[in-house]
Design a protein. Structure first.
Length: 385
């Protein structure tokens, strides 16, 4: 099912206005890479991603333009069409074009966003996209691990006359999302070219897993055309080079991202792992320390890294990462439970009790509450002697 959220257009009165100069930063070009390793293959064109068949177009426009629906706001009308039409969607993690998704009634969250944009474009509705930070979903295929991220779509109310005396904090909109949970944390808005690049990234990851390396490269090349500094695209390309044992090429990409401040926590983790496999342990540790300085708004990323630090016995680092997660999303109970574990191992028993109590207070599932209460009782028993 879908969740419908109505955003409010809020504003504050301005005393005056000022014109600010827009500074355009020139992105450094990509370094020279050994692309001769790959044979270019055809990939879906941009227009193909959002194209729908004539029958699909007619079905939507018939509903959208029906006289009985004209009192419904246009963006809500689109939502209601999607709610009715794709009620039978089975979200199996497949990335499809809009036409394929409407035909097969299946797809993942990115596919839903693609369908939403395709239909919105037919009637001139404006869309925007936002990452949603949710509990990570991992899948391992041989020596490749994938981490699923989540994206949702804003469909804005049309024909809104803006008052020039007001600052609009949030435009009236509906948010189209599938299976939202109370643990989801809103992330940053995604630029149009990066949203489209996600499609090529997903297909490239699937091709990489099935060892279709030429096709994976061809897809990533299209993503680079859209934005040559997108860290997710470049990170996947670096993994592709690593799979081919082209470690120098992978390192060139990692260093490019690090030198130009494009690196994410995943990029640094992958580069550190590459250095470790080459026996460059000291360098690996130096780069791993740079993760602390990364601005990542996903609390679950920090929880994941904290869990890894905890499992390797680095409890102080785990505490630091759990705290980062807690600062980003103080209502996420997993970070409080993680802090309790780290505090316990560090001998900070009072802090561990406080963190467990807080985890019990903010957790919403009965099984989590029971787990935390049991842990708290055990801790109280151990420290009462």
């Amino acid at each position: 099912m879908f969740k419908l959220l109505l955003g409010l257009s809020l504003g504050f009165l301005l005393l005056g206005c000022a014109t600010q100069a827009v500074v355009t930063q020139v992105k450094p070009p990509l370094p020279s890479l050994k692309t001769s390793l790959f044979t270019p293959l055809p990939v879906p064109a941009l227009n193909d991603i959002f194209a729908v068949s004539e029958a699909q177009k007619e079905a939507f426009l018939s509903y959208y333009n029906s006289p009985k629906n004209q009192l419904i706001p246009p963006n809500v009308r689109l939502f209601e069409y999607l709610e009715d039409y794709v009620d039978g969607f089975n979200f199996h993690g497949v990335t499809l074009t809009a036409s394929e998704a409407l035909e097969q009634k299946t797809g993942n969250c990115l596919t839903l966003a693609i369908v939403t944009k395709a239909l919105a474009d037919l009637v001139g509705l404006e869309t925007a996209f936002q990452r949603v930070n949710s509990a990570p979903v991992y899948a391992r295929y041989a020596d490749v691990m994938t981490l699923s991220s989540h994206v949702r779509t804003y469909v804005y109310e049309p024909n809104v006359i803006e008052n020039p005396e007001l600052i609009v904090v949030r435009r009236a909109s509906v948010i189209i999302d599938y299976f939202p949970t109370s643990s989801d944390v809103s992330g940053y808005m995604v630029a149009q070219q990066d949203f489209i690049a996600m499609y090529y990234q997903n297909l490239a990851a699937e091709a990489l897993i099935t060892k279709q390396y030429d096709y994976a490269y061809s897809l990533l090349k299209q993503g680079i055309v859209l934005n040559h500094s997108n860290p997710d695209t470049l990170n996947t390309l670096a993994v592709l080079f690593t799979k081919l044992a082209e470690h120098t090429q992978a390192e060139t990409l990692y260093r490019y991202m690090l030198d130009n401040d494009y690196a994410t926590a995943n990029v640094i983790a992958n580069y550190s792992s590459l250095l470790q496999t080459q026996g460059r342990i000291k360098e690996a540790k130096i780069y791993a320390q740079r993760i602390d300085k990364i601005e990542d708004d996903n609390p679950y990323r920090w929880i994941d890294m904290a869990d890894k630090a905890f499992n390797t016995g680095d409890y102080a680092l785990a505490e630091r990462y759990y705290k980062k997660a807690n600062q980003l999303a103080p209502y996420v109970h997993e970070s409080q439970f993680g802090l309790a574990k780290a505090y316990y191992q560090l001998g900070k028993f009072n802090s561990a009790k406080a963190a467990l109590n807080h985890a019990i207070e903010i957790s919403y599932r009965a099984d989590n509450k029971q787990l935390y209460q049991a842990k708290l009782q055990t801790l109280l028993g151990e420290t009462s002697h």
